[in-house]
Design a protein around this ligand. Structure first.
Ligand code: AMP
Length: 426
């Protein structure tokens, strides 16, 4: 199939040609015609499948179709809500590309930065708004954003959105949207609670689906290094001594762990930076920009911060720790092998994570290739059930001792750190 067969405006076709998009991806071929027909669409598709264009292109097309019915004042007609700032920025960048030869206006809003510039853009009048939920509700509350002319609503990465605790924000938002509208829901996975949510706001949606999460990343070569916890850092340095790894996205489970890794890498003159929820938006954008421009070799990210990051031609993903949720692993390795490219995913597995690798293999129905010869082989055993119980108990005690001493130190005046649900997310 060709884009020309989708009845798109020449201005869109020109922009796509300029981006060297030769043909629609499967999700685009399925979703674009339905969205142009104004159907509600429930789509299972993960990042990397071309899902952003699958909703952005027909939204632009529908606006061009309606451009003769211009309202007297520009008001938001399409609202796209997505869980993370990075993803929001990326969607807006894609809209900029696809709408380059149209006069449509769009902008992106997200928290963590001052609202001034975002408010200015909105006041100038926009057709398409991309937003994260918190800032969106905030600006609606301030009566800066009005939704009464929204005719298309997109809930993007719905599964992640709920994982991140945005359900109440979404419910609130749904009540503020005009009843008569087109709704589109995109999600990498379609568990029951998402289907249930969709029923609350969609009218007999057409269902489209590509590459279920477990069959993702067929183009990614996946290898695992079994090692000991204490040897992981040395093993990472050993892996990076291979000069052919020109760039890698390294995943860390925690923000603290990500910072620690960056310090270790920098000590070895490896250019690295971290992105996670404790970094300011500017720091995150700068790190991402430097990584995309290849002046950074390593970007260390937590799962939520890395969500939706689109780095063209990224060859390597390294899992410094193994996620206990197998789907998270699939999301991670989906950072490489995007839009049909090839990539390599390396995982560093300590004894306690052996079970996680087994769960991942079960989900993807594939055995990861274990690297046999390396200088830091796994020699320790996973803890027995009894040992684990003692370990968890000790961990709990250490944690409560830490918080008790912090409370004492701060005189109980440390409310701001966690005062709003979700404020301190990765
Ligand atoms: P997404 O799933 O929206 O994150 O898109 C993944 C990547 O695929 C992005 O870099 C897009 O620019 C790219 N892409 C989307 N659609 C196409 C297409 N039809 N042909 C080539 N690349 C595409």
């Amino acid at each position: 199939m060709k884009f020309e067969q989708l009845n798109l405006d020449p201005s869109i076709l020109m922009a796509l040609q300029e981006k060297n998009y030769e043909q629609p991806t499967p999700i685009q071929a399925q979703a674009i015609p339905l969205i142009i027909q104004k159907k509600d669409v429930l789509a299972t598709a993960q990042t990397g499948t071309g899902k952003t264009a699958a909703f952005a292109i027909p939204i632009i097309q529908n606006m061009l179709n309606n451009s003769d019915k211009k309202p007297s004042k520009r008001n938001i007609k399409a609202l796209i809500v997505t869980p993370t700032r990075e993803l929001a920025i990326q969607i807006d960048e894609n809209i900029r590309l696809y709408a380059k030869y149209t006069s449509l206006r769009h902008c992106v809003i997200f928290g963590g930065v001052k609202q001034g510039k975002q408010v200015q853009s909105i006041r100038r009048g926009i057709d398409i708004l991309v937003a994260t939920p918190g800032r969106l509700l905030d600006l609606i509350g301030q009566k800066i954003i009005h939704l009464h002319q929204v005719n298309t609503f997109v809930l993007d990465e719905a599964d992640r959105m709920l994982d991140m605790g945005f359900i109440h924000d979404i419910r609130k938002l749904l009540q503020l949207l005009p009843k008569k509208r087109q709704s589109l829901l995109f999600s990498a996975t379609m568990p029951d609670h998402i289907v249930k949510l969709s029923k609350q706001f969609m009218q007999q949606p057409s269902k489209v689906s590509v590459a279920p999460v477990s069959s993702a990343a067929e183009t990614v070569t996946q290898k695992v290094y079994y090692t000991n916890k204490a040897d992981k850092k040395q093993l990472l340095l050993h892996i990076l001594a291979d000069g052919s790894i020109n760039q890698a996205l390294v995943f860390s489970r925690t923000k603290h762990g990500a910072d620690k890794l960056v310090r270790i890498l920098q000590k070895k003159q490896i250019k690295a930076a971290a992105i996670h929820g404790n970094k300011s938006q500017n720091q995150r954008q700068k790190a991402l920009k430097n990584f995309k421009e290849k002046s950074l070799r390593i970007l260390v990210a937590t799962d939520i911060a890395a969500r939706g990051i689109d780095i063209q031609q990224l060859g390597y993903v390294i899992n410094f720790d193994i996620p206990n949720i197998p789907e998270t692993y699939v999301h991670r390795i989906g950072r490489v092998g995007r839009a049909g490219a090839t990539g390599i995913a390396l995982s560093l597995c300590e004894p306690e994570e052996n079970q996680f690798i087994k769960d991942i293999q079960r989900l993807i129905n594939q055995k990861l290739e274990a690297i046999q010869k390396h200088p830091y082989p796994q020699t320790e055993k996973p803890m027995s059930k009894a040992e684990k119980k003692v370990f968890e108990q000790e961990k709990k005690e250490r944690k409560s001792a830490y918080f008790a001493s912090r409370k004492k130190r701060d005189g109980g005046n440390n409310k701001n750190r966690f005062n709003r649900k979700g404020k301190n997310r990765n």
